[in-house]
Design a protein around this ligand. Structure first.
Ligand code: HOZ
Length: 429
């Protein structure tokens, strides 16, 4: 496949932007080679600067659950753009999206829109600290909650991809109140609570981890976190930036029947435009300014273009049968990888969680970050490049999730299933 234009653009970009990109994982450092520069997206496809067309399972890292340039989303954005792109004043669209979020996400009674998942998690944590009048937080190894200083401890996503040491260049004071524990390890969480009685404000967790590859919670883990936080007067925060409207329409909290106190959202909620949100119990959310004393603000928060794109996405997603069709795509991909790997005698662990899917080249099931790190990242890189050569685009990192879309049907899905079969047959032994 000819990618000369991408290579030329990348050479230009590295002189102008750190690593040639505006977010690290997309630079392909996790798999080697140069990143593709994208010209456009069309339904299930990404078209690069050389005109190559790939079936896209990155989908802007999750938001594009309907696929690229879905007509309902494009129409909503165009309609709003013609009426103005930002006002810095309230609009009716914010009410409509807030209502949709509150209807869908069981624990959310009030919501505040922000511009990214990073903003959502850091704001939720500040709120939790103010509400509990405590400082310490617990996060989990391999979970990624954005790039706020206090959260760059044993983080997943780009930090894992680049094998960064903990919190490089983050002042020690910023992380001194962050405790980290192994994912799926309730005993470790209990021990942190016993070590710091009355000091822990919140436990923040990806209810299905998606930033170390996809690692679901083991039975009882989320309920155990709920029980421990309640018993110790701490808040439970679900970071559903990735899992919201993906693991189930109501997020992982619906799928697993465990309700957090606060939820961070992002990605799907903006339909491909930059949006985050945090929400939860009314009495907690009413501490946020101007209703309460916890200050948090943003010029582009509740931006009308983003609200329009998010609303159009959620409306389409709520149509009968739509979500189930996307879940079926993720399951089909999971099964195809498992089947083809089995036939080739290659050990692989596959998982799908609603519309997300993932794989680890590992002999045994993967339940935490230490086990994730034992999986064969070199083989993942080979898998990635072999699929790319067959015009299928997966995340360029073993520490990220795969995402299915409504647009992944017919020829695009068939092409992917054939490519998976062929890669395991000919390229990975
Ligand atoms: N950290 C996100 C993935 N989990 C975004 C990566 C990117 O956009 O490059």
């Amino acid at each position: 496949m000819k990618t000369d234009t991408s290579t030329r653009l990348y050479r230009q970009a590295v002189r102008l932007m750190p690593g040639g990109v505006n977010s690290p994982v997309r630079a392909f450092r996790g798999v080697g080679g140069d990143p593709l520069f994208v010209a456009r997206g069309e339904g299930p496809y990404l078209v690069d600067a050389d005109g190559n067309r790939y079936v896209d399972y990155v989908l802007s890292w999750g938001p594009l659950i309907l696929g690229h340039a879905h007509p309902a989303v494009v129409e909503a954005i165009q309609r709003q753009a013609a009426h103005g792109t930002s006002f810095g004043a309230p609009t009716e669209a914010e009410i409509a999206l807030a209502q949709a979020v509150i209807e869908l996400v069981a624990s959310v009674e009030m919501v505040r829109f922000v511009n990214s998942g990073t903003e959502a998690t850091m704001s939720a944590l500040r709120l939790a600290r103010a509400y509990t009048t405590r400082h310490k937080i617990i996060k989990f190894e391999g979970c990624y909650h954005g790039h706020a200083d206090m959260l760059l401890v044993q983080a997943g996503s780009g930090v894992a991809t680049l094998s960064q040491p903990d919190s490089p260049r983050v002042p020690p004071g910023a992380t001194q109140d962050t405790q980290s524990a192994p994912y799926n390890d309730l005993a470790a969480v209990r021990a942190r609570f016993e070590q710091f009685p009355g000091e822990i404000a919140a436990v923040i967790v990806e209810p299905v981890a998606g930033n170390m590859g996809v690692v679901p919670p083991v039975d009882g883990f989320l309920q155990g976190l709920r029980d421990l936080t309640t018993a110790h007067g701490a808040l439970l925060i679900f970071d559903e930036v990735m899992t919201g409207f993906r693991v189930a329409l109501g997020g992982a909290q619906t799928a697993y029947g465990v309700l957090p106190d606060l939820t961070a959202l992002g990605k799907v909620i903006g339909g491909g435009l930059p949006v985050g949100a945090y929400g939860g119990r009314r009495e907690i959310m009413e501490q946020v300014a101007p209703a309460g004393p916890v200050y948090q603000a943003g010029t582009l928060s509740g931006n009308p273009l983003a609200m329009a794109a998010g609303l159009a996405t959620l409306r389409t997603l709520r149509e009968p049968g739509v979500f189930e069709r996307i879940v079926a795509v993720a399951a089909a991909l999971r099964d195809a990888i498992q089947r083809s790997a089995g036939a080739a005698g290659i050990p692989v662990q596959t998982v799908s969680a609603g519309t997300m899917f993932g794989l680890f080249f590992n002999d045994t099931p993967v339940t935490n970050y230490a086990e994730v790190k034992t999986s064969d990242a070199r083989r993942y890189a080979a898998f990635f490049h072999a699929l790319l050569a067959r015009a299928v685009y997966l995340a360029p990192s073993a520490f990220e999730a795969g995402f299915a879309a409504l647009a992944h049907t017919g020829p695009a899905l068939d092409q992917t299933l054939d490519a998976i079969d062929s890669v395991f047959r000919y390229d990975l032994n």
